[in-house]
Write a protein that binds this ligand. Structure first.
Ligand code: DAH
Length: 371
């Protein structure tokens, strides 16, 4: 390194410009090699070192002996140089050499980076949600760690009721000192967000609730202990079972094509009365019967029903804790319907996927097919 300070013969602006340009070139070329922390430290000492740093030597050689009128132009250039050094230390790459100077062959083909795509499950979830957004629904979300009250009790699964056995899940440990209704578990369905929504807001309500749910189910080709659902809830005056049928028939046609037919089968869910399972005509055989629909011509897809008055009663009891006169969910005045569907199941039918495990495998050969 060159510790010789160039001589400054005159102090006119042109001479100052020339001398500082030489120094700026020096800084630039040294800054381009600051690839390691050691190189940076050496560079810093070389220029900014308190005793032997070049800036210090330059200030002694040039500033001190400068005539009064040259001090200002000299000082300005001196500060610019100092700033150049400091910014080289802050972002060494900014002053680094351009690619061509580093010997990069710009005629080589570039590295192609494949853009990311949404996971097929997310894509289906967004598709379902957007069908309902077009009908004027909004989206609500809720926690995956849920209390017994929201997941079961308020949805008319009383403690120890056998209906709970169909939705076994993981409990959060060390909860026995809490009252039963406050005990935490991994939610088994998205239905608890129906309750959260109604407790928080009065009708009219039109919401969809996408999210992750958990069950103590052994994994097989069609089951996974963690999966996804989209829930729906509509509460208003004069909502009837016909509204439910029309809404879901439209949604199934929007998702699977306008040729799809729907039918509603009596079923049971504690939180709806009456309850139904919705089946669509088999999209693989058009209803003639094939292996996929077990030769029935129909595929069962989701659960639904009219909101049970017992659910409105739980909601009202919660709302009356803050407003004793609350009557927003009086079942004499309002009615509603709800539905819930499995995202995995719908995505598997959409794409003809036979093993649910593919969704979670992270296997690029599977995922790339959705790009
Ligand atoms: N929560 C139900 C389940 O996970 C699905 C369901 C059925 C949701 C009927 C609903 C409904 O909102 O009305 O099995």
């Amino acid at each position: 390194m060159n510790e010789v300070i160039p001589e400054l013969l005159t102090y006119d602006e042109a001479a100052l410009d020339r001398s500082f340009a030489t120094l700026a070139d020096e800084v630039r070329s040294e800054a381009s090699a600051l690839t390691t922390p050691e190189a940076q430290e050496n560079f810093r000492l070389h220029w900014l070192g308190r005793k032997q740093g070049r800036l210090k030597l330059i200030s002694e050689a040039w500033l001190k002996s400068a005539p009064a009128e040259a001090r200002k132009p000299l000082g300005i250039r001196f500060n610019q140089l100092k700033q150049q050094i400091e910014s080289a230390l802050e972002s060494p790459s900014a002053t680094a050499k351009k690619p061509a100077e580093q010997g990069i062959d710009i005629t080589l083909p570039g590295a192609v980076r494949a853009p990311g795509i949404p996971h097929p499950l997310l894509k289906t979830m967004h598709e379902i949600v957007s069908v309902f957004h077009h009908l004027g629904y909004s989206t609500n979300l809720g926690p995956q760690v849920e209390s017994d009250f929201y997941n079961f009790e308020a949805l008319n699964f009383p403690p120890n009721h056998p209906a709970r056995d169909t939705q076994d899940t993981l409990q959060i440990a060390a909860q026995h000192t809490r009252p039963g209704r406050d005990r935490l578990l991994m939610r088994t369905h998205t239905s608890p967000v129906q309750i959260r929504t109604m407790v928080a807001q009065a009708p009219p309500i039109r919401i969809v609730i996408p999210g992750k749910v958990h069950r103590n189910d052994a994994a097989d080709a069609t089951h996974s202990p963690i999966f996804h659902q989209v829930e729906g809830l509509c509460v208003d005056t004069n909502i009837t079972f016909s509204d439910l049928k029309g809404t879901l028939d439209h949604a199934m046609k929007a998702l699977f094509g306008s040729a799809v037919k729907t039918r509603f089968f009596p079923s049971f869910f504690p939180f709806t009365e009456p309850s139904a399972d919705v089946q669509i005509s088999c999209i693989f055989c058009g209803g003639k019967g094939c292996r996929k629909c077990k030769h029935s011509g129909w595929i069962e897809l989701l659960g639904c029903g009219m909101v049970d008055p017992a659910v409105f009663a739980s909601v009202t009891a919660e709302r009356r804790k803050t407003n004793p006169a609350d009557d927003a969910y009086n079942p004499e005045k309002i009615t509603g319907f709800a539905f819930g569907m499995g995202v995995e199941r719908i995505a598997m039918i959409q794409h003809g996927i036979s093993d649910i495990g593919h969704f979670y495998s992270g296997d690029m050969r599977f995922l790339e097919q959705f790009a």
